[in-house]
Design a protein. Structure first.
Length: 109
C-alpha cells in the first residue's frame, strides 16, 4: 500500500463520505455556511480546514471526526476489504455446496 500524507488521507475520506451522503462539494460547503467553493479548495489541496471546521464537516457527514483521518477507511482499503470479504464468502459457499454435492454422489455409489 502506498504511503499517503495525513492531508491526502483526509481528502480521500472527505470525498468518500461526502459522496456517500450524496452531497456535492457546493452543497456541503453551503451546509457549513462557507463559500460555495470551500470544499473544492480543500479537495484540490488549495487549503485545509481548522479543527472546528473538521468537527463540523464530520457532524454534517454523520461520522466521527477521527474517521476523516483513518487510513484504514480510505476508499481503496474499503474496496479491497469488501473484495476480500466477498471472495471469502463465495469460497465458503462453494465449499459447502461442493461438500454437500460430493456427499450426495458418494451416498449413491
Amino acid at each position: 500500500m502506498q504511503n499517503l500524507s495525513l492531508q491526502e488521507i483526509f481528502i480521500n475520506n472527505l470525498k468518500f463520505y461526502r459522496k456517500k451522503c450524496g452531497l456535492s462539494q457546493e452543497s456541503l460547503s453551503e451546509k457549513l455556511n462557507k463559500g460555495t467553493n470551500y470544499i473544492n479548495k480543500i479537495e484540490s489541496h488549495a487549503s485545509f480546514p481548522t479543527i472546528q471546521v473538521i468537527e463540523e464537516i464530520a457532524r454534517v457527514l454523520k461520522i466521527k471526526a477521527a474517521q476523516l483521518f483513518e487510513e484504514e477507511t480510505t476508499p481503496q482499503n474499503i474496496i479491497t476489504g469488501n473484495r476480500d470479504k466477498f471472495i471469502d464468502e463465495v469460497t465458503e459457499t462453494l465449499y459447502q455446496k461442493l461438500t454437500a454435492d460430493m456427499k450426495t454422489i458418494l451416498e449413491k455409489i
